[in-house]
Design a protein around this ligand. Structure first.
Ligand code: EPZ
Length: 421
C-alpha cells in the first residue's frame, strides 16, 4: 500500500498571503441538512477535503444526486432518496457521518447509521444526540454497532444538553425543524458553525431563533425549500496558518475570514507578544522569532478552541518560557506530544494537562500524524525545525486541510508530498 508523506525543510520564515477555504465543520452538517430540502440545494465555498468527499459518498449511498459543478461547489438533490442506512465502511471514516441521523429521521421517519469514526481523540459518545432525538419522539436505540431510529412523527420538545455538544446541537436542530410544534435546545453549543447551519436551514424556510446563544428555539414547519448557500470560512485553518507564521518568525496575511470567530486565538497570540493587524476580512501576523510562552485552557466557544490546541502546543515548544496546556474537551488529545518530543521538544503530559518547556529550536525527524490536528502540529514543528522532517500518515491531515502543502509553498515553505510504495 502506498504511504503518503510530507517532507519539510524547516527554518524558512513564511511570507505572503493565503486565502482560507470553506469550513469543514460548517460544510459537514450543512451537507447532511440538504437531505431536508424538497429539491436540489447548491452549496458554495465547500473545501476540497476527504471528509467532504466521504460525506458526498454517504449522500449518494442514500440515493441523493450529488454533483460538483466546480472545485468548491456541491449540488445535492434528495428527490430520489431511496435508502436510510449508512454502513460502517462509510460512517466509520468520519465523525461527521452521524450528522445525517437528524435530517434523515426528520425527512423519512427511518434512519440506521453505523457508529461514527473520526479522530481517536477520545471515546466520543453520542448519548446526547440520542437523548435529544428521543425527546422529539424517536424510538432510537444502539444495536450491534449501529444506531437505529424510527418516528412516524416528531414532536417539539424542550431539551437540555448536559454538555454543549456541537454535533448533538446540530443533529437535534435538524430533526426539530420538521417536528410538529416548538422545540428549545438549552445549553446548546454556540460555535460559529452552529450559526452557519441555522442560517442555512432558515434560508430553506426553517424557523430558528437564538442560534449562537445557549438557547435555540425551533418552530417546526411542514417542508423546506431548496436554496443556494455559501459556507463560512474555516477558522481553524486560518488559526493554523497564523500559528505556522508565528513559529517560523514570518509575516503572513490570512484572508477571506471572519476575524471575530478567531478572537479566542488572536487574543492568545497577542499575549505571546506577537504583532497582529486585524482588518475586516483578513488578519496579518508578524512573527518576532521568540514568542513568549503562555498557558492555554480549551473550552467550548467562545473559549479557546480545542481544535487549535495541538497547533499552539507546537508553537509553545519553541517559545520563551514554560506553558501549561489544559485540554478540557477531549480525553485523549495530546497524541502529538510524543511525536513533538522526537523532534527535541520538552513536553510532559499528565492527565488533561501538558507542561511545555520552551526552547530555542527543534530538530527535524521522522514522525507520524496520529489525528487531524496533531498532524497539523507536526507540520508547524517541521516548518520551524532545523533540517528535514518527514511526516507519515498524512491522510489524517488531508481529511481536514484543503491543499495544505500547496498553500504553504505559496508562502515560501519547503514542503513536498511524496508517495512511498
Ligand atoms: C465537533 O465535534 C467538531 N467536529 C470537532 O472538530 C470539534 O473538536 C468539536 O466539535 C468541539 O468543538 C465536527 O464538527 C465534524 P462535541 P463533535 O459533540 O460534535 C462529548 C476537528 O478537528 N460528547 O462538541 O463530536 C464528547 O465526548 C474536529 O475538526 C458526549 O459526551 O464534538 C467530547 O468530550 C475534532 N456525548 C465533548 O462532548 C455526546 O453525545 C465535545 O464533543 C456528544 C459529545
Amino acid at each position: 500500500m502506498s504511504v503518503k508523506k510530507f517532507v519539510i525543510r524547516g527554518q524558512k520564515p513564511l511570507e505572503g498571503t493565503v486565502t482560507i477555504s470553506g469550513s469543514k465543520n460548517a460544510a459537514l452538517p450543512i451537507l447532511a441538512a440538504t437531505l431536508l430540502a424538497d429539491g436540489c440545494c447548491t452549496l458554495r465555498n465547500i473545501p476540497q477535503l476527504t471528509d467532504i468527499m466521504v460525506m458526498c459518498e454517504i449522500l449518494s449511498e442514500l440515493g441523493c444526486s450529488v454533483t460538483k459543478p466546480d472545485g468548491s461547489s456541491v449540488m445535492v438533490d434528495p428527490t430520489h432518496l431511496s435508502r436510510n442506512a449508512v454502513p460502517y465502511q462509510l460512517a466509520g471514516r468520519l465523525r461527521g457521518s452521524f450528522l445525517v441521523m437528524g435530517p434523515l429521521l426528520a425527512k423519512t421517519g427511518n434512519a440506521s447509521i453505523a457508529l461514527p469514526g473520526g479522530c481517536p481523540i477520545g471515546t466520543r459518545p453520542i448519548d446526547l444526540h440520542v437523548k435529544g432525538l428521543a425527546a422529539l419522539g424517536a424510538d432510537i436505540r444502539n444495536t450491534q454497532g449501529s444506531v437505529i431510529a424510527r418516528a412516524d412523527r416528531l414532536y417539539g420538545a424542550k431539551i437540555y444538553l448536559d454538555f454543549p455538544s456541537v454535533g448533538a446541537t446540530e443533529n437535534i436542530m435538524c430533526a426539530a425543524v420538521l417536528a410538529e410544534g416548538e422545540s428549545f435546545i438549552e445549553n446548546a453549543a454556540v460555535e460559529p458553525e452552529i450559526v452557519d447551519l441555522a442560517n442555512f436551514l432558515c434560508s430553506m424556510g426553517a424557523k430558528i431563533t437564538g442560534a449562537g446563544t445557549d438557547t435555540i428555539k425551533i418552530k417546526g414547519v411542514n417542508c423546506l425549500v431548496p436554496t443556494q448557500y455559501t459556507i463560512i470560512s474555516d477558522r481553524i485553518e486560518a488559526g493554523t496558518f497564523l500559528a505556522a507564521a508565528a513559529a517560523t518568525g514570518g509575516c503572513v496575511t490570512v484572508k477571506n475570514i471572519l476575524p471575530d470567530y478567531l478572537k479566542p486565538l488572536t487574543a492568545k497570540l497577542t499575549e505571546m507578544d506577537l504583532s497582529l493587524t486585524v482588518d475586516e476580512e483578513a488578519i496579518t501576523i508578524k512573527g518576532n522569532g521568540d514568542p513568549r510562552s503562555v498557558d492555554i485552557k480549551t473550552l467550548p466557544f467562545p473559549g479557546f478552541p480545542t481544535d487549535m490546541q495541538a497547533q499552539m502546543t507546537a508553537l509553545l515548544t519553541i517559545s520563551q518560557g514554560t506553558g501549561i496546556v489544559t485540554e478540557t474537551i477531549f480525553e485523549n488529545r495530546f497524541m502529538h506530544a510524543p511525536e513533538l518530543n522526537r523532534m527535541g521538544a520538552s513536553i510532559k503530559v499528565a492527565g488533561r494537562s501538558a507542561v511545555i518547556e520552551g526552547k530555542s529550536s527543534l530538530s527535524g525527524a521522522k514522525v507520524k500524524a496520529t489525528d487531524l490536528r496533531a498532524g497539523a502540529a507536526l507540520v508547524i514543528a517541521g516548518l520551524a525545525a532545523r533540517g528535514d522532517t518527514e511526516i507519515s500518515d498524512i491522510y489524517h491531515i488531508e481529511r481536514g486541510y484543503d491543499r495544505l502543502d500547496e498553500k504553504l509553498r505559496t508562502l515560501g515553505a519547503q514542503i513536498i508530498r511524496i508517495t512511498d510504495n
